[in-house]
Design a protein around this ligand. Structure first.
Ligand code: AMP
Ligand code: TRP
Length: 330
């Protein structure tokens, strides 16, 4: 039984607190008892149009965010998806096993294609879950730590692994999702019914890992709260406050009960002030380390070279087996 962990983030726009809490922060402790691969999934990023120069910057920014968050390149492999071509190759094979109906049900595709209509959406955006399945299966991954929005994609990866194994013989391990109880879905600071999202045009809806302390304070002080007062956790009746409490829980390590006790009898103003300071204190060293990695990219590039070599070895070996199982080549 393999105990490998794989996850990835798309190098699109700037990373926000939802990405950090839902993904990066969760990865850090896992690397102490698992072999981990953390990928910067640039092939996924181009399923919607990207400015080439910006994409290249974003790839390095995400790598810097991984390292600054505490991913240790001595323990974990950090690499760029497109630098290991086997991802695209297995993605194609997975696409041949995927049914149109399965892809049509994907809520992320429905959301992302809603504006222009399905007929105008790129075919790559449609088949993206097959590529994501390939990313995971290529390394015989056992667990995939992600935010809740990726559950549906992960379920498809499991289906495709079983389908391949049934058709061509035991080849892939069936991966499992690792989803946190509190923090798998951080919501917009302006609308607690929507997830915090890179593509949200409202700046105040999200806290970016690159935000200064003052901007973070302003955004938190402007966050919406609920009409019912009191800092108590109730996701149904007080979704905005529950979201802020989730963030506070994540950056301080306090339980919901402890947070309720701390703010018993206090108003939202006091809570938001404490929350802002806690988020600033948590993110400040991360933001600083990100800037250091970005201002001297040598170290970053060396780590990514190293990561590519390690991932490449594993991927090449697996693809040999896959090609032979499918009957490709001579
Ligand atoms: P993406 O930016 O779509 O590449 O997402 C990268 C990772 O962040 C994935 O594991 C997502 O599930 C996670 N993620 C994105 N948005 C949120 C959010 N609002 N709350 C929690 N996790 C999130
Ligand atoms: N689809 C994921 C997202 O949008 C990113 C991703 C691509 C991923 N391949 C992956 C996540 C493999 C985990 C494992 O967030």
């Amino acid at each position: 039984m393999n105990d490998l962990v794989f996850s990835g983030v798309q190098p699109t726009n700037q990373l926000h607190l939802g990405n950090y809490i839902g993904a990066l922060k969760q990865w850090v402790p896992i690397q102490h008892d698992h072999r981990c691969l953390f990928c910067i999934v640039d092939l996924h990023a181009i399923t919607v149009p990207q400015e080439p120069r910006e994409l290249r910057q974003n790839i390095l920014d995400v790598a810097a965010a991984y390292l600054a968050s505490g991913i240790d390149p001595k323990r974990s492999t950090i690499f760029v998806q497109s630098e290991v071509p086997e991802h695209a190759e297995l993605g194609w094979i997975m696409g041949t096993l995927t049914k149109m109906g399965e892809l049509e049900r994907m809520t992320q595709f429905k959301d992302k294609s809603a504006k222009g209509g399905m007929g105008r959406a790129g075919a790559g955006l449609f088949t993206y879950p097959a590529l994501m399945a390939a990313d995971i299966l290529l390394y015989d991954t056992s667990a995939v730590p992600v935010g809740e929005d990726q559950m549906q994609h992960l379920e498809l990866a499991r289906v495709l692994a079983r389908r391949f194994n049934e058709r061509f013989g035991e080849t892939f391990q069936i991966p499992q999702a690792l989803i946190q109880k509190h923090g798998a879905r951080i919501m917009s600071l302006q609308d607690p019914s929507k997830k915090m999202s890179k593509s949200d045009p409202s700046d105040t809806s999200k806290i970016l890992l690159s935000d200064t302390a003052d901007i973070i304070r302003k955004k938190i002080m402007r966050a919406v709260t609920d009409t019912a007062g009191g800092v108590t956790y109730d996701a149904d009746k007080k979704p905005a406050v529950a979201n802020l409490m989730t963030i506070y829980h994540q950056v301080t390590g306090l339980t919901m009960k402890q947070i309720e006790t701390e703010f018993d009898g206090k108003g939202y103003g006091d809570f938001k002030k404490a929350l802002a300071e806690a988020v600033v204190a948590h993110l400040e060293p991360i933001t600083k380390r990100m800037q250091e990695f970005r201002s001297d990219p040598h170290e970053l590039l060396r780590i990514l070279d190293n990561g590519r070599e390690r991932a490449q070895l594993l991927a090449a070996e697996k693809m040999k087996l896959v090609r032979s199982r499918v009957g490709l080549g001579r």
